[in-house]
Design a protein around this ligand. Structure first.
Ligand code: DAH
Length: 358
């Protein structure tokens, strides 16, 4: 029988040197596994003489027990070491400040534009835009508002300093001039929605010198007032998220439409509190009508062949109604506390599928 001391030293050294649990298992197998060195010696005991066998058997058993104990000890050491290593690696510094979430907010006007565009987009309308500075013809004359027409005074226009030829540029008083620009550039059929800034010399709790409107225009060969009604009723119900919202068309007058109407939605005003929905009372929210044939003509569209409908509404007004904002001027105060309260999370993307109501 070979010298067990040498074997003992080698095996214990390899156990002691095992740097991780895998290496330790390798050391165990090479000593005590089925084909291990100690196992092989034990298998060879049978070939020895009885006296020698007893002697060698005791020595081998002692060696086996010593190696098993050494492996167990090394295993505990390595286990503790691995835990320490993991703890060190995954250490969390609890004194670090909490990572702040995104703090920017979407302004309610941006949100409202997105909502309105989402609803009309579903109906096939495309977004169109035009300049904030218009000339008199686009803002008034082409829209059938001739000079000296009372509507010009009612609109409290901001005029830019006059040019030498006497023509005056204006800050557009409504988004309606974009109807003209679109019809000049594109042949019908047309279906556009125009969100944008508008300007009037007026300022109180419900007026701001700069505000926003959204204009709609649809022109086709067989368009009629029924289409206008269906489209706007659908819009009001989708925007306010009230399926049975009462919507009323009240005859009115605009120079650029004939016939014209104002649209009221149902509400209640109990105990001074305004609530949109069924309630027996009415609230005006937009103006609309069939495009005046004179306006079509002004844009080179044949009124004998084409007809259209148009509408316009104030975005602040419908945002105030939906989100309970009391004073229009607060939209433009740039008060961060206000924006935190009334603003929208950046990832709240409005869509009809996700639902437009919070
Ligand atoms: N331009 C009108 C205003 O500013 C709103 C309006 C009314 C627009 C009727 C339209 C319309 O297109 O058909 O008061």
């Amino acid at each position: 029988m070979e010298n067990l001391d040498g074997l003992r030293d080698e095996v214990l050294a390899s156990v002691g040197a095992a740097a991780d649990l895998d290496a330790l298992e390798g050391a165990r197998i090479s000593a005590l596994g089925r084909k291990g060195r100690i196992t092989a010696l034990m298998k060879g005991l049978g070939a020895l003489a009885a006296d020698e066998r007893r002697h060698a058997g005791q020595a081998l058993n002692a060696l086996q027990a010593e190696v098993v104990a050494a492996i167990a000890r090394r295993k505990r050491e390595l286990g503790r070491g691995e835990l320490d290593a993991r703890l060190a690696e995954e250490r969390v510094d609890v004194t670090l400040p909490v990572r702040p979430g995104p703090s920017g907010r979407i302004h309610p006007i941006s949100q409202t534009v997105d909502e309105v565009v989402a609803i009309f987009g579903e109906m096939g309308f495309q977004v169109a835009e035009g300049p904030d500075i218009e000339d008199d013809w686009y803002n008034f004359t082409a829209l059938n508002i001739p000079p000296e027409h009372p509507a010009r005074q009612e609109m409290d226009t901001f005029y830019l300093p006059g040019a030498k030829d006497g023509s005056r540029l204006v800050l557009r008083t409504h988004t309606s001039p974009v109807q003209i620009r679109t019809m000049q550039e594109h042949a019908p059929p047309l279906r556009i929605i125009v969100p944008g800034r508008t300007y009037r010399c007026d300022s109180d709790a419900t007026h701001s010198p700069m505000f926003h409107q959204v204009e709609g225009l649809l022109v086709d060969e067989s368009t009629h007032f029924g289409h206008l009604k269906g489209c706007l009723i659908e819009f009001c119900r989708a925007y306010f998220g009230i399926e049975d919202l009462p919507v009323r068309f009240r005859p009115s007058y605009f120079p650029f439409t004939e016939p014209s109407a104002e649209v009221d939605i149902g509400c209640s005003r109990e105990a001074g509190e305004l609530k949109i929905g069924r309630g027996g009372d009415w609230l005006e929210i937009l103006g609309c009508g069939m495009v005046n044939p004179k306006v079509l003509e002004n844009c080179g569209v044949d009124p004998a062949r084409f007809q259209g409908f148009a509408f316009g509404m104030g975005l602040e007004r419908i945002a105030m109604l939906k989100y309970g904002i009391a004073d229009l001027r607060t939209f433009f105060d740039s008060d961060v506390r206000w924006l935190k309260h009334f603003g929208f999370a950046a990832l709240d993307i409005p869509s009809l599928v996700g639902g437009l109501n919070r």
